[in-house]
Design a protein around this ligand. Structure first.
Ligand code: TXA
Ligand code: MG
Length: 331
């Protein structure tokens, strides 16, 4: 598939393109498109169109209790969607937007309940991708967008990943190349005006705390719909996946299986595995995050019996990657 050219690539009825006019046309008519962001691709529609937002939930097969992130063109738009904004939220917005930070704030009444799953809060961010920022500049509504994958699957970090999931059930995929950060945004909310981490993401907790001090962690609780971002099983390959501190030990437990490995920086020598993916041979955690989902997508296509993923160092973005791997292996 030819990607990233100006001429739209037609796959059956779908257009993989950089043409913003086509994107605007679909969005302005209650349609949905895939958009690139610096984190992962999103499945986007007009926040104020009930038809479009319903299409997102339907195509993604996402339960309606799981709310969507509202993407705005700049921090100036924050007051259009949210109110009672804590000072710490403003500090974070100033420091990290456009960028991979989502803020959970009290919502304005104009934000449909469908988008926020009936919650009093709205998740909002300014994505840092030139094509999508340019698109947002030209629209007079924000874009609601979850990651562009079927509910529970590995997030897409290229137009091709999106196409492989939805084929021609989507009219337009805006092709912005491969996502720079490669893991979803960090989500920070506020409880009694104190910052709370809802989801580890592309900005490390350490970097957030440098700006606003200590951040509490929302306790993981699948049964509590007030914390849908914390669903355990998520980001999952179809292939059975294990997370290992000692990869060789686990390989030895499965002598007759077709095994694929997802490793941080070093290959495993002298072992009968079929395929090995290295996330960053220099041990760079940002590079590892950027490569994570593409490597999982590749492994998942190989008809393996099992994937063994190596746990990364538990600091900075290593924490985020370990969080995603942990959710990928949950049953
Ligand atoms: O990087 C990202 O954040 C990507 C790109 C496309 O922007 N989006 C993304 O969306 O990861 P999604 O829907 O896959 O994950 C958003 C998470 C969900 O787990 C959802 O439950 C949570 O944010 N969320 C959204 N609104 C919320 C709210 N009002 N309260 C609690 N959690 C919320
Ligand atoms: Mg998602």
């Amino acid at each position: 598939m030819q990607l990233n050219s100006n001429a739209p690539v037609t796959k059956h009825n779908i257009l993989i393109t950089t043409n913003l006019d086509l994107a605007k046309q679909v969005l302005s008519n209650d349609g949905i498109i895939a958009i690139p962001t610096e984190t992962v691709y999103g499945l986007a529609g007009n926040t104020f169109s009930e038809i479009a937002v319903n299409k997102i939930f339907a195509l993604k097969k996402r339960p309606h209790y799981n709310p969507l992130i509202v993407h705005i063109k700049s921090a100036d738009w924050l007051n259009e969607v949210a109110c009672d904004i804590p000072d710490a939220a403003m500090l974070l917005a100033t420091k990290f937007w456009p960028g991979p930070l989502t803020l959970l704030l009290n919502k304005k009444p104009n934000i449909p309940d469908l988008v926020t799953a009936g919650k009093p809060t709205v998740a909002v961010r300014v994505p840092n991708h030139p094509l999508t920022l340019n698109l947002l500049e030209q629209l007079d509504f924000p874009l609601s967008a979850p990651s562009a994958n079927p509910f529970g699957s590995i997030s897409p970090t290229s137009a091709e990943h999106v196409y492989n999931y939805f084929e021609d059930n989507l009219e337009v995929i805006l092709d912005g190349g491969e996502c720079n950060n490669g893991v979803e945004s960090t989500i920070i909310g506020f409880e009694n005006n104190l910052p709370v981490l809802y989801r580890l993401g592309a900005i490390s907790l350490e970097d957030i705390e440098k700006v606003i001090g200590e951040v509490h962690t929302h306790t993981k609780n699948d049964k509590d719909p007030s914390a849908p971002g914390m669903l355990s099983r998520h980001y999952s390959p179809n292939t059975t996946t294990y997370l290992a501190d000692n990869v060789v030990e686990l390989i030895n437990l499965y002598p007759n299986k077709k095994i694929g490995l997802l490793l941080f920086k070093d290959l495993v020598r002298n072992n009968p595995v079929l395929h090995q993916e290295i996330l960053s041979k220099n041990g760079d955690l940002s590079e590892a995050a950027r490569n994570l989902y593409a490597a999982l997508h590749r492994l998942d296509k190989l008809n393996l019996d099992i994937i063994i993923a190596e746990r990364l160092p538990d600091n900075g973005l290593g924490k985020t990657i370990n969080d995603r791997l942990q959710r990928a292996v949950e049953k």
